[in-house]
Design a binder for this molecule. Structure first.
Ligand SMILES: Cc1cc2nc3c(=O)[nH]c(=O)nc-3n(C[C@H](O)[C@H](O)[C@H](O)COP(=O)(O)O)c2cc1C
Length: 226
């Protein structure tokens, strides 16, 4: 790839240790790298929680995946979100699409935690009303106390099943496993009452700290039901 090697050589943080000669003839020049960011592209989720004091909080995350109706999330230990999840055990997961990326970015430097945790004081500020700060609207949930985000066409109401620490203590985060209790979807993204239509749904993707949406469909797996 032209350009790739020259920008890499300029980066003194990048430790090139070896080059893979895989003989495939695909033209790749594989080297050992040490990227400072390893967020390889996952959907943005706006997690809404409520504290014991009744205060509503909203925070963007991207470390989340679903297996059946269980969803695992990586959440910073010092966040208001984690404190609320431990205290009240409920949340809504709201999935923004591309048009909402700037609203998401307005939340990026905010925390609902007061005082602001020591390792965030430089670039974060306390914000008690994140919905207003991001220009988003609360929508009453059906099964849980935290509201959903009206501007999101896909929302999941969930309850906490388990919270585990991540062993790498440099990360200061926990893995929160939640169970989806109720799903709200706009009819515009439903193929039928039991299926989201992937052709109508395009999540906002967070890839190496940049925002993207999906490109055109390439195909489907043999287990697809629609
Ligand atoms: C696009 C995006 C993705 C993020 N992903 C995560 C994440 O997966 N886990 C996490 O703990 N924080 C993540 N953050 C940072 C939190 O949003 C940030 O720590 C925020 O202050 C948490 O708010 P709170 O303290 O009110 O809960 C992300 C931020 C942005 C903008």
């Amino acid at each position: 790839m032209p350009g790739y090697s020259s920008s890499m050589e300029k980066n003194t943080d990048m430790k090139i240790r070896d080059t893979e000669n895989n003989g495939t003839g695909n033209g790749y020049r594989m080297v050992s790298a040490r990227p400072r960011i390893l967020y390889f592209g996952t959907p943005v989720v706006l997690v809404c929680t409520v504290g014991r004091n009744g205060r509503v909080n909203l925070a963007p995350i991207s470390s989340a995946w679903a297996l059946g109706y269980s969803i695992a999330m990586g959440i910073g230990e010092e966040s208001m979100t984690m404190e609320n999840l431990r205290e009240t055990g409920e949340c809504t997961l709201n999935f923004p699409e591309g048009a909402l990326w700037q609203a998401v970015e307005k939340l990026a430097h905010l925390t609902g935690k007061f005082p602001v945790p020591a390792d965030k004081t430089e670039s974060f500020r306390y914000e008690p009303d994140k919905f207003a700060a991001a220009g988003l609207t609360q929508s009453e949930s059906v099964m849980v106390n935290p509201p959903g985000v009206k501007e999101c066409r896909l929302r999941i109401e969930a309850s906490v099943e388990d919270i585990r620490y991540i062993k790498d203590r440099d990360v200061k985060a926990g893995i929160v496993e939640v169970k989806a209790l109720h799903v709200m979807a706009d009819t515009g993204i439903l193929a039928d009452s039991e299926h989201i239509d992937p052709a109508s749904w395009s999540p906002l993707i967070y890839s190496f700290r940049h925002y993207f949406t999906l490109g055109p469909e390439l195909g489907k797996t043999f287990r697809s039901e629609i």
